[in-house]
Design a protein around this ligand. Structure first.
Ligand code: DAH
Length: 349
C-alpha cells in the first residue's frame, strides 16, 4: 500500500492541469469523495495495525498535496477569467455626455487681440512686477516728491513702507524697459494695476492696462496718432472715431487723453450706457487712455540720450476696451465670476 501511495503522489505531481476540463477530471479522480485517495483511506482499515499510523500520515500528506494543487490551479484559472472580462461590455448606443468646456475670460480675449494688433506692426510684449518701488512707479516718471500728481493715483502701499507699493499703472514697466534696453524700443506692456478706489460700474480697485512705448530717432506725435488710430480701427472697425484731448501727465509732454465714440460709429449716440448714461456721462465719448511724447526728463532718468532720441507712450484700460467691444455696462461683472456672464464668451477668440 505504501507503494501505491507513492505512485499516486507522483501522478498528482505530474498531472497536466491547464484547461478547466483537466482540472475537473483531476478533482474527480483524486480529490473527490469517490477518488483514489478516498479509496486508499477506505483501505486503511485492512492494513496491519502496526503500519496503520504511519500509512495514515502518508495518506494525509498526499490528500493535502492534491487539494493544494487543485486550489492553486483553480485560483489561476479564475484570475485569468476575470481579468479578461473585468470591464462590462461598452454600450455603444448610450447618448454622449457632453464635456463641460470652460470659456476664455473676456479680458483675456481682448488682451490677446490687443497683442495681436500691435505685434503685427512691430511691437513686442514686455511685463514687469506688480509690486513696485517708488522709483519705477513715480520718481523716474517725473513725479516730483510730495507733488499732488501722486495723489491722482490712490496708491496701495505694502506694509506701511512708502517705498513699496502695488503699481498704480503699467507705466512702471516703461521705466524698466528703458533702463535695460537701448533704442529702438517698440513694446507693449499689458498687466494688472491697483488703485485704492471706491468700486462702482466704472471703477474698480484692480483693473488692467496696456502700456505702449516707442523710442527711436525722430519719433513724432504724428506717429503716436497714427498708431493709436490704426489700433482702434483694427479693434472696433474701420469707421471708428477717436479724438485726442490735451491733458497732463508728469511723464509726457505734450500729453493727450484719447477718447473713442461709444456709439462706435456715431458720436453722440451712446449705445453702451443707453438711457443710464453712466459710462459716457451722456457725451457719446469714452476715455480709453492717456498718451503723449515721453518727457525728456524720463528718458534721461533711464539713461537714454534725450538729444538723440524721442519717443511716444500710451496707456489704455483693457476693461474699457472690453466694455466697448462687447457692450458690457458694468465692469464689476469682470471680477464676479458669474458663469452666466462668462458663458456668453463661449467659442470666441
Ligand atoms: N499711466 C497713466 C494712467 O495710469 C496712463 C498713461 C498716460 C500712460 C500717458 C502713458 C502715457 O504711457 O503716455 O492713467
Amino acid at each position: 500500500m505504501q507503494d501505491k501511495v507513492k505512485e499516486i503522489y507522483q501522478e498528482v505531481e505530474a498531472y497536466n492541469l491547464e484547461t478547466p476540463e483537466q482540472v475537473e477530471k483531476f478533482r474527480v479522480a483524486y480529490v473527490g469523495r469517490k477518488g483514489v485517495i478516498a479509496d486508499l483511506f477506505d483501505q486503511l482499515k485492512n492494513a496491519a495495525p502496526e503500519e496503520r499510523r504511519a500509512l495514515g500520515a502518508e495518506l494525509n500528506a498526499l490528500k493535502n498535496f492534491a487539494q493544494s494543487r487543485l486550489a492553486t490551479v483553480q485560483q489561476h484559472l479564475e484570475n485569468a477569467r476575470t481579468n479578461g472580462q473585468s470591464a462590462p461590455p461598452a454600450d455603444l448606443t448610450l447618448p454622449v455626455v457632453p464635456n463641460q468646456l470652460g470659456t476664455i475670460h473676456p479680458l483675456t480675449l481682448v488682451r490677446a487681440r490687443i497683442v495681436q494688433i500691435f505685434e503685427r506692426i512691430g511691437f513686442n510684449v514686455s511685463e514687469g512686477p506688480e509690486i513696485e518701488d517708488d522709483w519705477h512707479n513715480f520718481s523716474a516718471l517725473n513725479f516730483p516728491e510730495n507733488h499732488p500728481a501722486r495723489e491722482m493715483q490712490d496708491t496701495f502701499f505694502v506694509e506701511r513702507n512708502p517705498d513699496v507699493a502695488l503699481r498704480t499703472h503699467t507705466s512702471s514697466v516703461q521705466v524698466r524697459l528703458m533702463e535695460t534696453q537701448k533704442p529702438p524700443i517698440r513694446s507693449i506692456m499689458p498687466g494688472r494695476v491697483y488703485r485704492n478706489e471706491a468700486i462702482s460700474a466704472r471703477a474698480n480697485c484692480t483693473f488692467h492696462q496696456v502700456e505702449g512705448l516707442f523710442v527711436d530717432e525722430n519719433v513724432s506725435f504724428a506717429d503716436l496718432k497714427q498708431t493709436l488710430y490704426h489700433f482702434t480701427r483694427e479693434m472696433f472697425g474701420k469707421q471708428t472715431r477717436i479724438r485726442f484731448r490735451p491733458s497732463y501727465f508728469p511723464f509726457t509732454e505734450p500729453s493727450a487723453e484719447m477718447d473713442i465714440s461709444c456709439g462706435l460709429h456715431e458720436p453722440g449716440v451712446c449705445q453702451l450706457c443707453g438711457g443710464a448714461k453712466n459710462i459716457c456721462k451722456g457725451t457719446g465719448w469714452v476715455e480709453i487712455g492717456g498718451s503723449g511724447m515721453v518727457d525728456p526728463n524720463v528718458l534721461e532718468n533711464c539713461g537714454i540720450d534725450s538729444q538723440k532720441y524721442t519717443g511716444f507712450a500710451f496707456g489704455m484700460g483693457i476693461e474699457r476696451i472690453t466694455m466697448l467691444r462687447y457692450q458690457i455696462k458694468d465692469l464689476r461683472l469682470f471680477t464676479e465670476n458669474d458663469v452666466r456672464f462668462l458663458r456668453q464668451f463661449t467659442g470666441l477668440g
